[in-house]
Design a protein around this ligand. Structure first.
Ligand code: FAD
Ligand code: SF4
Ligand code: SF4
Length: 492
């Protein structure tokens, strides 16, 4: 027997294997093969490997991995249970704090979250937390342990949720479990938000999201799709239909880049490009003009969206794909793992380079991007709020990259929600996101709550889940307080 683990039991002999057992990720399909399709590139762990890798955990008394996880997942406990082959118990613990552990296991940037904070990372490489989380939940699906959120008792209060992304869906599940009547509205024709239309299938296959939708429907969550609130239904009408409302609409407005040129010719906004590619992957009829087969493609930006664009372009058989980013590789905001995957698949990176103009051919079509070299240095500009160094341009360093399609992946901003919803008293933060009281998750409108990217700005699925869960707790508390009033109103 060894030290006491977080489960409150003695840590089993299966644990603390990190000194003798190297870190291993699940098998990754070869770049040549995976470039041919939009299927996920990682396979699932086999049982033996999951158990071996979980056993590398040292069962820290103060588990920093848990602090690094936005959901505060009880990681050491489910790792120990996996190492011991007690997977049903592991699943119970993993699903107690996370509505979609199989999704987070696939697409969380673990190197910046749980695994980045794993203490053995320093000398021995972190425990593969995300891959084990995925394995536990996939096993739970296979074994039939994952249940629809069917409540034991029904409650009369009804909640309207605007947005079927991770924030809206996590809130819907939490509220439905407690018996509330939940209706989720979305302007898209499918459930999942950016998990369906933003994130490509090679990171998250669409069936994984559809499987969750089916469970929510089976548990009694109602979906109203192809319904844009503000256009197809007035926001005020929605408020009148429900006892509480949650706004979880995400952020969709692309940030622009001023190159002093027309944007119509040869330029594509990242999300327009990805939505079209995702629709094609789902078998929908799409606009061929946005496909890049045979083209020289330049993607501008260094975040996860940029990585999804370059890797999609590779799969669409572009002639060449180049990513232009103004800082160096170490300072890229995107996941290091995704950058490595992109490089393996043949994407060229122009680090420390900034677009300053474009070249057009005689037909007025884009033929190249004019770039300027940049440099970073301790004495050059203060770090930005994220601690990344500010780059400075090198005079006279301009050069041209051949390009007939340019994809702009410079981030997203919120749409103007008070205008969209015709609700002028809906208060915004200086960044244009919806302002909430973080203790109650309520907006400036009584009984209207908000969660996810529309509150935080462009963020991560795992933060959407966290916010959706917090909003559900806050909505339930508010409804409990207001229940007598609501029932009286309904009766009158
Ligand atoms: P969303 O997922 O955006 O969902 C909002 C929903 O609201 C949408 O379905 C939208 O149609 C609907 N909606 C909006 N307005 C209305 C309206 N007026 N009426 C009705 N419905 C409306 N995160 C990760 O963790 N890992 C990744 O690998 C990752 N990759 C990404 C790749 C791309 C290309 C992008 C764009 C984002 C990525 N993210 C990733 C971020 C992640 O997808 C988002 O942070 C997350 O989806 C936000 O969840 P949400 O529920 O707040 O909003
Ligand atoms: Fe890590 Fe994300 Fe899972 Fe948390 S939810 S343990 S951050 S993979
Ligand atoms: Fe295990 Fe790493 Fe978490 Fe420590 S920090 S409990 S070693 S996963």
């Amino acid at each position: 027997m060894q030290s006491t683990g977080a489960l409150g039991k003695m840590t089993s002999k299966a644990m603390l294997q990190f000194v003798t057992r190297a870190k291993e990720m699940p098998k990754k399909r070869g770049a040549k093969q995976r470039k041919q399709d939009f299927d996920e590139i990682y396979t699932d762990f086999i049982a033996e490997k999951a158990s071996e890798q979980a056993g590398r955990c040292s069962q820290c008394g103060v588990p920093f991995c848990q602090t690094g996880c936005p959901l505060g997942n009880n990681i050491p406990d489910w790792l120990m249970l996996t190492a011991e082959g007690r997977l049903e118990e592991a699943y119970d613990i993993a699903s107690a704090t996370n509505n979609f552990p199989e999704i987070c296991g696939r697409i969380c940037p673990q190197d910046r979250l749980c695994e980045g904070d794993c203490v053995i990372e320093k000398g021995f490489e972190s425990v593969t937390i995300g891959a084990v989380e995925r394995y536990i939940t996939e096993t739970a699906f296979t074994e039939g342990w994952v249940q629809a959120p069917t409540p034991t008792t029904e409650r009369p209060e009804s909640i309207g949720i605007i947005g079927a992304g991770p924030a809206g869906l996590a809130a819907a599940e939490q509220l439905r479990r407690q018996g509330f009547q939940v209706v989720v509205y979305d302007r898209y024709d499918r459930v999942g938000g950016l998990m369906i239309y933003g994130i490509p299938g090679f990171k998250l296959e669409k069936e994984v999201v559809a499987r969750r939708e089916a469970l929510l429907r089976a548990g009694g969550v109602e979906f109203v799709l192809n319904c844009a609130i503000g256009t197809d239904m007035r926001f005020q009408e929605l408020r009148e239909k429900h006892d509480a409302v949650l706004i979880a609409t995400g952020v969709y407005q692309a940030r622009a880049l001023d190159l002093g040129v027309r944007y119509e010719v040869g330029f594509v906004a990242a999300l327009d490009y990805l939505i079209t590619a995702n629709r094609a992957d789902l078998g929908d009829k799409t606009d061929d003009a946005l496909a890049v087969a045979g083209k020289d493609v330049v993607v501008i930006g260094g975040g996860d969206t940029a990585m999804d664009c370059v890797r999609t372009a590779i799969r669409q058989d572009a002639k060449s794909v180049t990513c232009v980013y103004r800082r160096d590789r170490a300072n890229m905001p995107g996941s290091a793992r995704e950058v490595e995957n992109a490089m393996e698949e043949g994407v060229r990176f122009e680090w420390l380079s900034q677009p300053v103009g474009v070249k057009e051919n005689k037909k007025g079509q884009i033929s190249g991007v004019i770039c300027q070299r940049m440099r970073l240095g301790a004495r050059l500009g203060a770090p930005d709020p994220n601690g990344r160094q500010s780059p400075q341009a090198i005079d006279g360093s301009e050069y041209t990259l051949k390009a007939d399609s340019v994809i702009l992946a410079l981030g997203f901003e919120p749409e103007n929600m008070p205008t969209m919803f015709d609700a002028p008293s809906l208060q915004l933060s200086p960044r244009g996101t919806i302002d909430i009281d973080w203790k109650t998750m309520m907006t400036s409108l009584d009984g209207v709550f908000a969660a996810g990217d529309i509150v935080r700005g462009a963020s991560l699925v795992v933060w959407g889940i966290r916010d959706g869960r917090d909003a559900a707790t806050a909505i339930a508390a508010w409804l409990n307080q207001n229940a007598p009033k609501i029932i009286k109103q309904a009766a009158s």
